[in-house]
Design a protein around this ligand. Structure first.
Ligand code: HSE
Length: 314
């Protein structure tokens, strides 16, 4: 049986004031799924590597297999494939705020759709990937899986019905992502928001910033984009879960970042810049601050925003 390999990129979700509604794709890191058709019905999970044994091996609890099974089911009897076997290669840390389960779900859904001859539309594939995300982390947010499937900046206008909007990626935009070696559970980070209310002043500030952010992406105005990366509602609650966050953000801005915030539910922190060399300097400053103020080592990724989503690789 032929085997397909699909790479799905890590993502920044909750971009600035875009909690649960705005994400973007990175070039690296990411997850890879290998998939082949098989005679047994359903989806079999073969090997999982790169996770240090942390991920569940039951297909019903793994983001990639749940997403692939959703594709198989939606494709229905129109295809001749009865079952799928997949192997998942984790290429990024778990519970990092880089959309780890989202990338696995995206890779599983896109790989299944490709091997079945692409019976589903891109929006249907995103919906199947959301099911994988929910199985892995308990919440059906789409701001990781949608950009991982589709690439670029993706706005989730509505969850029910699902309505996603592609926003432009401005030329000259670079991002520095830093992952300190500690974990934040997305489920716990979401629990901290339950029952919270926001003041009208904070809603007004976030609405202004979100509108400006969308305008900045359309106009290619990187200065405005940086000013709009300010969240007065969710970031202050979650900042407390990341050691030395305020110092790291201050260091990023002092090193030339246009804007800086938490990636997903953290602990990864991202910063936008208008040059590759500045992004590298910002990453160095953030890494030094995590080390000096919180005694944490970190991994960094620096580069442009990835305009392509999950795709076949050799
Ligand atoms: N939008 C989600 C959240 C992303 O912040 O809970 C989790 O990575």
């Amino acid at each position: 049986m032929p085997t397909l390999r699909v790479f799905a990129p890590a993502t920044i979700s909750n971009v600035g004031p875009g909690f649960d509604v705005l994400g973007c794709a990175l070039y690296r890191p990411g997850d890879t799924v290998e998939i082949e058709a098989c005679d047994a019905p359903g989806v079999i999970l073969g090997e999982v590597t790169g996770d240090g044994g942390a991920l569940p091996l039951e297909p019903a609890r793994n983001a990639a297999t749940v997403a692939a099974a959703a594709v198989l089911q939606r494709a229905g009897t129109a295809n001749s494939v009865r079952g799928l076997r997949l192997h998942l290669h984790k290429g990024m840390p778990l519970a990092s705020g880089l959309g780890s389960s989202g990338a696995s779900a995206a890779a599983g859904a896109v790989a299944a759709n490709l091997i079945l001859g692409q019976p589903l539309s891109p929006l249907d594939v995103v919906q199947c990937a959301i099911m994988g995300e929910r199985a892995a982390c308990g919440a059906a947010h789409a701001d990781n899986v949608a950009p991982s499937v589709l690439g670029g900046f993706i706005l989730i206008r509505s969850y029910d019905p699902l309505d996603v909007v592609r926003l432009p990626v401005p030329d000259g935009l670079f991002v520095a992502c830093i992952h300190p070696h500690c974990e934040v559970s997305t489920a716990e980070a979401r629990r901290r928001l339950v029952g919270r209310t926001a003041s009208i002043a904070d809603v007004v500030a976030n609405t202004g910033n979100f509108g400006a952010l969308v305008a900045a992406l359309h106009q290619g105005d990187l200065g405005l984009l940086g000013r709009a990366i300010e969240d007065r509602i969710v970031e202050p609650v979650r900042a407390a879960m990341i050691p030395a966050y305020a110092d790291v953000k201050r260091a990023a801005l002092a090193a030339g970042a246009l804007g800086c915030s938490i990636s997903g539910s953290g602990p990864t922190v991202f910063a936008f810049t208008d040059a590759a060399v500045t992004a590298a300097a910002v990453a160095r400053a953030m890494r030094a601050t995590f080390r000096d103020r919180a005694a944490l080592d970190s991994d960094v990724w620096v580069g442009p925003i990835c305009r392509d989503g999950a795709h076949m690789v050799p």
